[in-house]
Design a protein around this ligand. Structure first.
Ligand SMILES: C[S@@+](CC[C@H](N)C(=O)[O-])C[C@H]1O[C@@H](n2cnc3c(N)ncnc32)[C@H](O)[C@@H]1O
Length: 277
């Protein structure tokens, strides 16, 4: 199979793009890893048959109605129910010992995408008997991903994988307890979202809101430069209660993050950490 090369994007064009995003939309993409950002911008150019980045910049300047779709197009929304199941088994083993005595548990999913990660936590909490004591916040910069998350409805082709992942984490829980087929889609029980608030929030540019016992920021840091990873993690650890859990993606690392000194690993392989008292 032949792959057509993506259009080249110069540093100057990228700089102009950053300025437009900052001044017109208040969005800061300067700390996103340049190689993958350029690749995603190149894909957008190709999709619309735009000859160069200048044309896309012009479109962003003159067509604000295109902006939300654009955000959706350049962010990577890949996710799964119980993505990396062994990480969820590790989290499951920590939840009851750490939080069974808590009257309330506040959880924040940073970069929740289309919501499968939120449903994973909701199912775990339900099965551990902790759900009714939990307030879950789920945030993302991609509005259309958030809309899908609120519907908890997915293409049926995901069923096999999601069912397999659930079985790996909670072997005795039938998939049909939480999800079923409806009009050709895979629909999750709305009861799983009754304690969830979805919000549009940019973790890079906006401040945090409240304190949390658990923060999940999985597979988002990987798209940021090391110095922005450090800033974001510092911000998130500040929003974490002492003794609270911080979870990142299994392919991510806190190597660049000064603030990680405030954490102890509960499971280094699965990237689950606890904030020191
Ligand atoms: C690859 S998905 C990860 C989804 C889920 N956490 C998981 O691990 O399966 C990354 C998500 O981060 C979101 N994102 C990227 N930059 C963000 C930012 N600055 N603030 C909030 N969300 C962001 C993207 O829109 C996307 O939905």
């Amino acid at each position: 199979m032949l792959f057509e090369a993506l259009p080249e994007i110069s540093e100057k064009e990228l700089e102009h793009f950053f300025q437009i995003m900052l001044t017109k939309y208040g969005e800061d993409f300067r700390g996103y890893a340049p190689a993958s950002l350029k690749r995603r911008l190149g894909t957008v150019l190709k999709r619309y048959g735009l000859p160069n980045m200048q044309t896309l910049n012009q479109r962003l300047l003159t067509q604000p109605e295109y902006y939300e779709r654009f955000i959706s197009e350049i962010t990577v929304s890949t996710t799964e129910l119980f993505r990396d199941p062994s990480a969820w088994v590790a989290l499951k083993n920590q939840l009851v010992p750490l939080f069974a005595s808590f009257p309330q548990v506040h959880i924040w999913h940073v970069g929740c995408s289309t919501g499968e990660e939120v449903l994973s936590v909701a199912i775990l909490l339900q099965e551990m008997g902790l759900y009714d004591r939990t307030q879950i916040y789920a945030t993302d910069i991609d509005r259309s991903a958030l809309e899908q998350a609120q519907k908890a409805t997915y293409p049926l082709r995901h069923r096999e994988l999601y069912e397999k992942n659930l079985k790996a984490v909670l072997p005795n829980v039938p998939f049909s307890k939480y999800a079923w087929e409806e009009q050709g889609n895979l629909v999750f029980s709305p009861s799983l979202l009754r304690g969830v608030r979805f919000l549009r929030h940019n973790v890079v540019t906006e401040s945090t809101f409240g304190k949390f016992e658990i923060i999940l920021c999985r597979n988002l840091l990987i798209y940021l430069t090391p110095s922005l990873q450090d800033q974001v993690v510092t911000k998130l650890i500040r929003a974490l209660q002492a003794g609270g859990i911080f979870m990142i993606g299994t392919k991510e690392s806190l190597f660049w993050c000064q603030a990680a000194q405030q954490l102890i690993p509960l499971n280094e392989v699965e990237r689950i950490y606890q904030k020191k008292p």
